[in-house]
Design a protein around this ligand. Sequence first.
Ligand code: NAD
Ligand code: DAU
Length: 373
Amino acid sequence: MTHHPQRLLVTGGAGFIGANFVHHWLSAHEGGRVVVLDALTYAGNRANLDPVRAHPALRFVHGDIRDTALVGDLLREETIDTLVHFAAESHVDRSIHGPDAFIDTNVNGTHSLLKAARQVWLAERRGPAHRFHHVSTDEVYGSLGSADPAFTETTPYAPNSPYAASKAASDHLVRAYHHTYGLAVTTSNCSNNYGPYHFPEKLIPLAIVNLLDGKPVPIYGDGRNIRDWLYVEDHCRGITRVLTHGWIGETYNIGGNNEWANLDIVRHLCRLVDEAFAADVTLAARFPQAPAARGIPSETLIRFVTDRPGHDRRYAIDANRIVCELGFAPAERFETGIARTLAWYLAHEDWWRGVMDGSYRQWVARHYAPAGT
Ligand code: NAD
Ligand code: DAU
């Protein structure tokens, strides 16, 4: 079923994946409209849209997805035909310490969007063909054992963290609005993303900035938990395939077929940082606290800390449906994607220092300081 998105409302477009999606979309599509709706929480930054700030198709609206009236007004006045929903509280550790915000944004916020879409697209019949795409996660499927087959679209839901449970609830609401009211929805459930603009509370960017600043890199538990990593631009390409060719009411798993234990990925990053400092003598002057600046292996910063409660052991995505039905294939190899990512963080020190100011620092101080073992 082919859909031709012309006028997009992108929620959470100032966050990590949302901003990468806006860059990707605007680089590939002439004309049309992209309206970003973002509440600019600690995870959302206007700076993430700097590369496309002057693009004539882009409009930024500072607002909350829970404001149903605002969303309705935007759908009407911008004659939106496609809503791409990224906005969420996205960090599992935060959901363990404060689940309320996750219910508010991920469950009630998604429901607010669905209500607005139903009102404008179905009750008022204003728009042409419409599409509501919900960006979700593989965490809804729970945890795999080492020999288990990867998650498919029919794997039963078994969320284990408040974050995962809130995303599972939002997935169910999206499904229900299709089956009950006829809203034209699609959902994608993706594995762990990495790449530019990734907030440095998540494992890969946290490891990079800590290695550069000479701070410990915390590894939860035994470091053998496994995640399936996908370069963020490949996720954006997958979402685009679903938007244009996905079947209404269907869900699509997106993943990189790229499983790594946490400890192995951090050790890999340590090697890349050591090599970068050996190849570029200016890095030692820029990052004098880094062990690599003194010829000491970055690995000396690895610290095993108390495990995350309810820590899922393994995620792995079976992406056969989107590959076979929609012709999706990741373009970035992990070796090049992770090298590009490190290069991006080395070139964008102002960005990561800027986003780490304020509430993030206070939160880290409160929740991580006692965790070392
Ligand atoms: P992020 O935390 O980096 O960004 C979330 C964005 O949503 C921020 O810009 C924030 O300001 C905005 N936001 C939060 N609450 C809002 C509200 N009430 N109203 C409007 N805007 C609000 O998240 P991310 O990592 O970019 O993830 C984006 C989406 O993709 C999420 O739905 C997440 O569940 C999903 N996802 C993420 C990953 C991953 O690896 N990061 C993998 C699979 C799926
Ligand atoms: O699988 C998709 C999910 O991936 C998304 O839905 C989430 O929004 C996204 O945050 C991510 O969740 P994870 O919990 O897998 O990502 P995180 O980077 O927080 O952790 C990755 C792994 O690394 C996980 O096993 C926990 C571990 N970890 C994490 C941090 C922050 C550590 O060992 N040390 C750390 O300091």
